[in-house]
Write a protein of this length. Structure first.
Length: 194
């Protein structure tokens, strides 16, 4: 049998003894209001897992697995038990799926390169100042796991993407600009083909 110090017992008794009739009534009222309002915003653990990180802030990191390559700058990722459509921050690849727009020069090559980099792979997603676009897609810098390849930068470096800086998401804008200048001067990717 474990011996307890007298101080621990006294502290426990002090805490238990603090429930006054006034506090008990207050708690009963709080629980009654919550019950009457259908839970008042409370959710089960399963509901919280399904919703996932709905309210993301700047600089957050999320781990997931790529489930689909949409095109050169958009992927689907499973994060926990939910799927998110991810749009890469700071880069733009030629269109392949935009309604009313023909497939653009180097669009299929950019999509294929993105698939070679990420199909079925684990990724880390990092948010910037603004976390979602007007279509509800999660905006992220994408890092391949386990080697840490910065995918957004690699697309620009190899000439599969051009820069697309939309404030306030500008954390890597200078880096992307340097990479694009080098790719353009070397005639890599779309800079030599289109």
């Amino acid at each position: 049998m474990l011996a307890r110090s007298p101080g621990v017992v006294r502290r426990c008794r002090r805490y238990v003894g603090r429930v006054t009739p006034r506090r008990a009534v207050l708690w009963i009222v709080v629980f009654a209001v919550l019950a009457a309002s259908g839970g008042g915003g409370l959710m089960s653990c399963d509901e919280a897992r399904e919703r996932g990180p709905a309210e993301l802030g700047p600089g957050q990191r999320l781990d997931g697995r790529v489930t689909k390559i949409v095109d050169g700058d958009t992927i689907h990722v499973r994060i926990g038990s939910r799927r998110e459509k991810i749009r890469y921050i700071g880069v733009d690849t030629p269109e392949t799926h935009k309604p009313g727009t023909p497939v653009q020069c180097y669009g299929r090559a950019a999509s294929a390169f993105n698939a070679r980099l990420l199909a079925g792979r684990r990724v880390e997603l990092r948010t910037d100042a603004e976390t979602r676009d007007r279509y509800g897609r999660l905006l992220a810098y994408v890092y391949r796991r386990p080697d840490g390849l910065f995918v957004n930068a690699e697309l620009v470096r190899r000439g599969f993407a051009t820069i697309l800086t939309i404030p306030p998401n500008v954390a890597h804008a200078d880096e992307f600009l340097r990479l694009q200048r080098a790719a353009r001067q070397a005639g890599r990717g779309l800079w030599g083909a289109c």
